[in-house]
Structures are given as C-alpha cells and as structure tokens.
Design a protein around this ligand. Structure first.
Ligand code: SF4
Ligand code: F3S
Length: 109
C-alpha cells in the first residue's frame, strides 16, 4: 500500500506535502512530485496539506485510476532526487490548478 500523487500536482507543485512526511518519501521532478511506494508508511498526513488535493490513499479514488498513478509514482520516484524542504510553487500554479487532463504535460526528465 502507498499513497499516490495524482494529476492535480502537475504544473502546480506546491510542495507543502514534503514538510509533513515523516519518512521523506517525496521525490521531485520538473513539474510533479512522486511518492516512493516502498518508503510511504500510509500515515495520510500529507493529504490535507496539498492545496490542490492531489494526494490520495488507495480506496479514495477508483481502483483503475489509483493503479495508474501508483505505477507513475513508483517509476518516477526512483529516478528523481528526494525533496524534504518546501519551495515556491511553480509560477503558473494558480492557472494550472483548475486545468483537467494534465497528464500529457507531465515532464519525466
Ligand atoms: Fe509521507 Fe505519510 Fe504521505 Fe506516505 S502518507 S507520503 S508517509 S506523509
Ligand atoms: Fe504536488 Fe500538492 Fe505536494 S501540488 S507538490 S502534491 S502539495
């Protein structure tokens, strides 16, 4: 089990989530954070910290959707560096907060 970061994070990347994670399992890409499933202890404290409600536990979203994001988080978190300190959100975070279908904009490198 793990929690997953989902689409709403893309191009927002507020990073409030990293300040509360007790096991430092957030990893940073250019426009998205990913949770490492092997490190997440499912405490859930990051969920209310995200201003755009991007983080979910299994069972909180449809299983197919959860599985898709679990796969994305798992793959990307092993490529990216850990992030433990909050930093400014991306410049156009406000505009992107209300956008849908953002997966095509996820930058993996
Ligand atoms: Fe970290 Fe807990 Fe969120 Fe998992 S659920 S990413 S351990 S804060
Ligand atoms: Fe992303 Fe929300 Fe964290 S926008 S960086 S999951 S606070």
């Amino acid at each position: 089990m793990t929690h997953v970061v989902t689409e709403s994070c893309i191009n927002c990347k507020h990073t409030d989530c990293v300040t509360v994670c007790p096991v430092d399992c957030f990893f940073e890409g250019p426009n998205f954070l990913a949770i490492n499933p092997d490190e997440c202890i499912d405490c859930g404290v990051c969920i209310p910290e995200c201003p755009v409600n991007a983080i979910f536990a299994e069972g909180d979203i449809p299983q197919e959707e959860f599985n898709k994001w679990a796969d994305i988080n798992s793959k990307l978190s092993t490529r990216w560096p850990v992030i433990t300190k909050m930093k400014p959100a991306l410049p156009e975070a406000e505009e992107w907060a209300s956008r849908k279908d953002k997966l095509i904009f996820l930058k993996k490198e």
